[in-house]
Write a protein of this length. Structure first.
Length: 366
């Protein structure tokens, strides 16, 4: 098996299981198939994951999850369940819905069998602190910049309302560096539960705003809060909250797909994926292979917005993210988002938000 075939197998396995997978050879990382917020592994951690070719090593790490490693033909293959967060009186559980130890071990055994054509005879488990984990959540979580944290939070819930998972994950990364979570002490379970319940409440409101039926949203909210109250420990509150939010987001996305005509849904996806290059409605119509007037009629009837209004909102939402978190000047942002002139970009921004882009950036950095 060559390296490309190895990567194809691991990519498919990741997509089917959501297990984060890293591959190393000669001490250097050669490939990874991971979720949006998966951290990087440091050289110090890799040195602790050496295993014999006939065994799998499992390490339980209190703050960051479960890691497993085995070696195959010179490659060190590492699986990391970074969304493992719940433990109950020493027995690791999966109530959130997050991946527990037993499920993780089953996936690792299956992954091992793909290469060795047999299951490992034994899996060595150790509860061990892994040093120097390069987590995705670096920086000052409890920033004093309250207003910037507020703006980051608003962008986050906007993505839930839109059912935009890629956009949400990017916004969550930004929020981790600027958001205000409220304070809680390590091991203070009640504080963590209260934070999770607050997240559930905000996600419920965002989902309803995004078009999810109130009955459906509140039923999901009640279930999540009930499960949260049952927990005896929450070890990674940040990933726990992200998982809660994604449950609502995916319900919104599913609801929107069910109510939108296929052509309208395809038009939205095309605009989201080609935001920086689309300049006219005709480009969208040509991609779909339909008449421009017909597209405009369908889109307005299904979404309540014109194609131009929808595209403008997408561009300006991306502009807000760049103004808060990026270093580009206004002219560069305007060009990147397909505006011929900065003045047009500024006019559209003020018309939608009631404030100029420059004022918005200044306020976000007060």
């Amino acid at each position: 098996m060559n390296e490309q075939e190895l990567q194809e197998i691991l990519t498919t396995f990741h997509e089917a299981t959501n297990l984060n997978i890293y591959v190393f050879k000669d001490g250097s990382q050669t490939f990874q198939a991971t979720t949006a917020l998966a951290p990087n592994l440091s050289a110090a951690v890799i040195s602790q994951l050496q295993a014999s070719t006939e065994s799998v090593r499992i390490l339980l790490q209190k703050k960051h999850g479960i890691i497993a490693a085995f070696i195959w033909e010179g490659w060190t293959i590492v699986g990391w369940s970074v969304n493992y967060n719940i433990q109950s009186k020493g027995n690791y559980d999966n109530k959130a819905p997050l991946m527990g130890v037993e499920q993780f071990c089953a996936l690792i055994k299956t992954l091992y069998a793909l290469f060795y054509h047999k299951f490992p005879q034994e899996i060595r488990r150790q509860t061990e602190l892994l040093a120097l984990l390069d987590t995705a959540f670096q920086g000052d979580i409890h920033s004093d910049n309250t207003y910037q944290g507020y703006l980051a939070e608003q962008l986050l819930w906007d993505k839930v309302a839109q059912g935009d998972e890629d956009g949400f994950n990017q916004a969550y990364r930004d929020f981790m560096s600027t958001g205000i979570f409220g304070t809680f002490n390590a091991g203070e379970l009640r504080d963590k539960k209260d934070l999770a319940i607050a997240t559930t409440t905000l996600a419920t409101r965002a989902a309803i705003r995004g078009g999810l039926a109130a009955r459906t949203a509140y039923a999901l909210s009640d279930r999540i809060i009930a499960e949260t109250e049952k927990q005896t420990a929450i070890t990674n509150i940040y990933e726990y909250n992200r998982t809660i939010s994604l449950q609502f987001l995916r319900q919104v996305a599913r609801s929107r797909r069910q109510h939108l005509l296929p052509l309208v849904n395809k038009a939205e996806q095309f605009m989201q994926e080609n935001l920086a290059t689309i300049r006219t409605v005709q480009e969208v119509a040509e991609y779909l292979g339909i008449n421009q007037s017909y597209l405009m009629h369908l889109f307005k009837a299904n979404t309540g917005l014109s194609v131009k209004q929808y595209l403008t909102q997408l561009k300006l939402e991306e502009a807000k993210r760049r103004l808060i978190f990026g270093k580009q000047n206004l002219a560069e942002i305007a060009v990147d988002l397909g505006y011929k002139e900065q003045s047009q970009f500024s006019r559209n921004f003020k018309k939608l938000y009631g404030i100029t882009p420059l004022e918005f950036r200044r306020n976000s950095r007060m």
